[in-house]
Design a protein around this ligand. Structure first.
Ligand code: PBG
Length: 329
C-alpha cells in the first residue's frame, strides 16, 4: 500500500474542506496616512494604492472600510511642521487628534488605533527626544504619555506606541488610568526590529532619521530570545495586545511569542512587504492577489491573531467574492 496524501488535494471542494488556516476580514487592521487640508487624496509613490488623506477624505474612507467588513484602522499623521520635540504630536488640534474625532463621529463602530511615536513630528526624524546627541529614553516617556493621552481624549480606542523606548507601556498605562481613560487599550509594538522593510513607509510618512539609524532603540533582527523578553515586559507593564514587526522575516518569532503568552498577538505586514508584491506584480513577475493571500495566510499560520496590513481592503474584497461564489452555487 502506498500512503497517498494527494487524495486530500484532488478537487477544489476537498481542498476547501481540509484547509487548516483561514484569513478572516475580522482579523485585519488597515493603516491609513492622514494629512492636513481638505479634499486631499495624495497618492503615495512608494505604496501603490495608498494615499495621504485629508480628514474629510478619511471619514469617507472609514465608511467604505467598515462596509467591507474591516473592523479597524490604525492612523499615522503627517504634521504641518516638525520641531525638536515633535510638539504637533500631542497638540489638541494635531492631525491625528482631528482624524480620530472625525472617524469616530462618522463611523463610531470602527475601532480606531493610533500610532504613538515622534519620528514623523521631529525635525531630526528620530522616535524620541535627543539629549547630548542620543535618544533620551526617560525624557521621551513623558512626551509619549502626552501623545497617548491626547489620542485617548480625541476618542481613540487603542493607542499603539511604536517607539521602542523602555518603560513606555507602564508610563502610558499609568497616565491613561490617572486621567480617567481606563478603557483605552494599548497595542504594544513589543517586538520591533530595526528593519529595512520600513523604507516605503518612511517615504509615505516623511519620517526617515536625518542622522544615523534606529539601531539603538529598535531590535537586531538576529535576536529571538530578546523578542521573548520584550514581549513579556510589555505584558507585565499592561499591554492589551502584543505586536511583532515586521511580519514575514519574523514568522518564527510570531510562532514563539504566540506559544508563550496569552494576549492576542498581532503582526505588522509592513510597507516593504507590501511594496515588493506590488512592484513584482506590476512587472508581471508574480500574481499579486495570490502572493498577497499566501503572505497573509503564512502570517496567520505562524500564529498571529491579528494582521496590520496595507492589503486589508484588497483582501477583504477577495474574501467577499470567495464567499459569494459559494453562496451562488
Ligand atoms: C514609526 C513607525 C514606523 C512604522 C510604523 N510606525 C517606521 C519606523 O519605525 O521607522 C513602519 C511601518 C511600515 O513600514 O509599514 N516609528
Amino acid at each position: 500500500m502506498m500512503i497517498r496524501p494527494r487524495r486530500l488535494r484532488r478537487t477544489p471542494t476537498i481542498r476547501r474542506m481540509v484547509q487548516e488556516t483561514h484569513i478572516k476580514v475580522d482579523d485585519l487592521l488597515y493603516p491609513v496616512f492622514v494629512r492636513h487640508g481638505k479634499g486631499e487624496r495624495e497618492p503615495i509613490r512608494s505604496m501603490v494604492g495608498h494615499y495621504r488623506l485629508s480628514v474629510d477624505e478619511l471619514a469617507q474612507e472609514a465608511v467604505e472600510l467598515f462596509s467591507l467588513g474591516i473592523p479597524a484602522v490604525i492612523l499615522f499623521g503627517l504634521p504641518n511642521k516638525k520641531d525638536e520635540s515633535g510638539s504637533e504630536a500631542y497638540a489638541r488640534d494635531g492631525i491625528v487628534q482631528q482624524a480620530v474625532a472625525a472617524v469616530k463621529d462618522r463611523v463610531p463602530e470602527l475601532v480606531v488605533f493610533t500610532d504613538v511615536c515622534l519620528c514623523q513630528y521631529t525635525d531630526h526624524g528620530h522616535c524620541g527626544i535627543i539629549r547630548n546627541g542620543v535618544v533620551d529614553n526617560d525624557a521621551t516617556l513623558e512626551i509619549l504619555s502626552r501623545i497617548a493621552l491626547s489620542h485617548a481624549e480625541a476618542g481613540a480606542d487603542f493607542v499603539a506606541p511604536s517607539d521602542m523606548m523602555d518603560g513606555r507601556i507602564r508610563a502610558i498605562r499609568d497616565t491613561l488610568e490617572r486621567d480617567g481613560f481606563k478603557d483605552t487599550g494599548i497595542l504594544a509594538y513589543a517586538v520591533k526590529y530595526a528593519s529595512s522593510f520600513y523604507g516605503p513607509f518612511r517615504e509615505a510618512a516623511d519620517s526617515a532619521p536625518q542622522l544615523g539609524d534606529r539601531a539603538s532603540y529598535q531590535m537586531d533582527p538576529a535576536n529571538a530570545r530578546e523578542a521573548l523578553k520584550e514581549a513579556s515586559i510589555d505584558v507585565e507593564e499592561g499591554a492589551d495586545i502584543i505586536m511583532i514587526k515586521p511580519a514575514l522575516p519574523c514568522l518564527d518569532i510570531i510562532h514563539q511569542v504566540r506559544s508563550r503568552i496569552s494576549l492576542p498577538v498581532a503582526a505588522y505586514n509592513v510597507s516593504g512587504e507590501y511594496a515588493m508584491v506590488k512592484a513584482a506584480a506590476q512587472k508581471g513577475w508574480i500574481e499579486g492577489n495570490k502572493a498577497m493571500m499566501e503572505m497573509l495566510v503564512s502570517i496567520r499560520r505562524a500564529g498571529a491573531d491579528l494582521i496590520l496590513t496595507y492589503f486589508a481592503k484588497e483582501a477583504a474584497k477577495l474574501l467577499f467574492e470567495h464567499e459569494k461564489l459559494y453562496a451562488e452555487k
